[in-house]
Unconditional design. Sequence first.
Length: 588
Amino acid sequence: MPQFLDSLLPHLPANADERYRQVFSRLGLTVLLSWALHLIGRDDLIIAWLLASVSVQVLEFFAVRPFARGRMPARHVQAHILLMLASMVAMAMVHAGAVTIFWVSNQPPLMALALMVLAGGALNNVASGVDSRPLFYLGATPYAISLATMPIWWWRGSHGQVAILSVSVVFFMMAVHGTWRRLHLARKAVIAAREDADARRIQAEDAVADRAAMAAIVSHELRTPLSAILAGAHLIRRGAPLDQTAATADLIVDAGHLMTGLLTDMLDQAKIEARAMSLETRDFDLLGAVRDATRFWNAQASAKGLSLREPPGEQPSVWVRGDPFRLRQILNNLLSNAVKFTERGVIDLRLAVEAVGDGMLRVVVEVQDNGPGITADTMARLFTPYTQASQVTARTYGGTGLGLAVSRQLARLMGGELDARPGTSGGAVFRLTLTLAAGREAAIASAPALEGILPTISTLKVLAVDDHEVNRRTLALVLEPLGVALSTATDGLAALQCLAAERFDIVLMDVNMPVLTGLEAVREIRRAEPPDQRTPIWMLTANVFDDDIARYMANGADGVLRKPIDVPALFNLLAEVAEGLIGTAPEA
């Protein structure tokens, strides 16, 4: 019984709403039947009829009220369901039984009235019980029974007429049931279509939101290396000490490679989706390409205290024929992930080459990290475009979610495969397998060196807060030659710790950072600092729409510097701080 009642619960709100809509028609019917009783001289029954009719309608009103307008009772749910079912049956029994007196009155108009009341009651239950077979049967059965008894009242009359009446009642009830069934199936189809449409709408909205979020992430990731390129170029143009020239040039080259990799991943994904990707074929040094890919990430690994082990120096060069740029792109993505997700230990890059006959070489490159590893759920979507393991992963480690997807597609276009598996002692192992033709050795040209000069300023203590190493390196190259005492932090929490230890003349704060975002850090700084020791905080971000700037200022920031870094604007800001034009006075 409880299970049956629970199965009715989803259908009761619609049934209750339909019964609410029938209130006025039932009140009109009550008056009409009272008048009919008067016409047949049964005034003695009018009071009883009115009491019975009004009583069941009041009972139904209070019984259906907890379910009306989409509501559900908070407690005693099954008791409310039983009360509503009882009121439905009572309503039908009172009306279906009352009209019997008109059927036996032998007055054709009143007999027709009885038939219309019974037919109308059955059809009303088609409307109110369209969602549920039990609700339809409970409400319509008393009317069907009353109709079925009508031929019995005329049994002593013409048997032919009784037979016609009996068949008519059967056909009518079959028609009512058929109508209910068609409406019920149509209603189910409409509900299913609506649910499917809602699911597709949600799916489409999620896809649009994901694309919009990824567009914002891509914009942020591209502006990061662009800041380094523009700042380094500006310093070289202004002139720099010779000992800074190489560092500036290396920064520009590294940032350029990073930016190129991000752009390449985006464009390659679009080409792959459009089936328009093409590969270059030329001879190149396989070992040299592998070492080129590891050169940049060696510095990144060392900065994190990691060891990046590459193929030994005595390993002989192997010349192959293929697309060296795409190979470097794949290796760059694999090494980028390994450095990003590994907090301590060793990253291994292994290279194996085996001749397979007919001038072909089987190349296997493995990158093994000591990161958090790969779960089965993550593995299922590891190579899906614009997808990351989780929102925590996206926020903590950044990235576009394109690198691995593009890398696998490139490997397959090159006739190979890229797969991943959990490491035997933690972390993950990415394995690139290619079959390439043997190539011929060629001469390799060296790249020219760059020179520049850095300006010099002194006196200020600056705290730069940014989760991206390229940005921190850029600010160091720009500010340290000026004599600025620069401290850096990788997230908002680290910034709070720095400010608790010492005071700074100005804080340059990134917005999107792990652990504690820039805005969260600004709010904490403003809450904790004394009113008369307000530290200027300028947001250093690529998100500079009007509503973004308004949000930064509302949370306690003093201004905004745009990424890529505008070096002259940064110099002007620092000059104003040094001259006291931007100081630590409390707000008015």
